[in-house]
Design a protein around this ligand. Structure first.
Ligand SMILES: Cc1ncc(COP(=O)(O)O)c(C=O)c1O
Length: 362
């Protein structure tokens, strides 16, 4: 039916600064696809579209719950057995002073709830740069300001503590820490966590610890929860979460067999190695090795903006990655974020194409 209103319905002004780089080029990618090209989507971190599968015992638990008619409203704070399992898991990772556990629909809802509950207009939040765009997107609607601290590429993308210290002002309310990090894959050292905790202590700040990739630590490294090193500081620790029937899978997912993760980490380590080696072999490109998750954030030395570079890569090579400027980065530097989930052959082919693209362009 044709629209009858004379005036356009315009979005709220608070959306003016809203950016979500990860999906920026999806419309263009779909156009390129319609022209008969096959696009390699390396922009979204979704393991199940590659050769990673949800373990059978987790599917079974969710399926059983749906069959048992657990399909209405979940209890407000979550299903008791899931809450208990999360509490036990947190205690096992050294978090001793747990005040409260509750389950949301994805970490995204937890972030939205926390920031909306915490921030007044004019206050600010210390967010990492680069960061996962969810935080800056939610900030748009609170009227609070983004106050980003750099992470040091020269230091394996660890947070730049001095920069963080400099950025804290009387209107700063909290520090966001993404560990392991998206998009860089960095894993924080214990010393770094202790120093960040000390800053929070001195300035009375809340820490929001996004630790959703805590089980995907590569190289046999150790993930340390900041709440475990700073039991005296208010910390909101985020875990991957679920809707109602899936909540019944949380207990078996946390307490049941974990052996599938050995194979997952083996695959991811090999794919990370391919990524780092390939990117460091391409002229004008370098990559800090990610220590966790499945993202890499290679640096590119190019004259144009990284958003232009990403668009051209899509149009010429049908590979979709995300421009680094969409995550925030040090002025003058350029990057892109790539998801290294695909099978080795697919990745190798993609890096060959990216290398070819660079050679042809510069
Ligand atoms: C670092 C980080 N935090 C939060 C989220 C959002 O998590 P969810 O999909 O559970 O809302 C993601 C998703 O990719 C992420 O990478």
């Amino acid at each position: 039916m044709p629209l009858t209103q004379a005036r356009e319905i315009t979005p709220a002004q608070r959306l003016d600064n809203l950016r979500y780089a990860i999906r920026d080029l999806v419309g263009l990618a779909n156009e390129v696809k319609k022209q008969g090209n096959k696009i390699l989507f390396l922009n979204v971190g979704d393991p199940n579209i590659f050769d990673f599968a949800t373990p059978a015992h987790v599917i079974e638990a969710a399926y059983r719950a749906m069959r048992d008619n657990k399909n209405g409203y979940a209890p407000s704070d979550g299903v008791p057995e899931a809450l208990e399992a999360i509490r036990a898991e947190a205690e096992q990772s050294g978090i001793s002073s747990i005040q409260d556990v509750f389950i949301t629909n994805g970490a995204g809802e937890a972030v939205d709830t926390c920031l909306t509950a915490l921030l007044n207009p004019g206050e600010n939040l210390l967010t990492p740069s680069p960061d996962y765009p969810l935080y800056t997107a939610v900030l748009c609607k609170t009227g609070a300001e983004m106050n980003s601290y750099f992470q040091n590429e020269e230091d394996g993308w660890q947070p730049d503590l001095e920069d963080m210290r400099r950025k804290i002002n009387p209107r700063t309310r909290a520090i966001i820490l993404i560990n392991p990090n998206n998009p860089t894959g960095a894993l924080c050292t214990r010393k770094m966590l202790e120093q960040i905790a000390e800053l929070a202590r001195q300035h009375n700040l809340l820490i929001i610890a996004d630790e959703i990739y805590n089980k995907l630590i590569l190289d046999g490294g150790e993930h340390i929860s900041i709440a475990a090193v700073a039991p005296d500081i208010p910390v909101v620790t985020l875990r991957l979460s679920a809707n109602h029937p899936e909540q019944y899978a949380i207990k078996v997912a946390l307490e049941g067999p974990q052996d599938h993760l050995i194979e997952v980490r083996r695959k991811l380590s090999a794919r990370r190695d391919i990524t780092v080696e390939a990117c460091n072999a391409i002229p004008r490109m370098s990559c800090v090795p990610p220590r966790g998750a499945f993202y890499a954030f290679p640096k590119i030395d190019i004259p144009e903006g990284d958003n232009v570079w990403v668009k051209e890569l899509l149009l010429q090579k049908h590979i979709l990655v995300v421009h680094g400027s969409g995550f925030g980065q040090k002025p003058g530097t350029k990057h892109f974020r790539i998801v290294f989930l695909p099978q080795e052959e697919v990745l190798k082919k993609a890096y060959a194409e990216i290398g070819d693209f660079m050679k042809g362009r510069y």
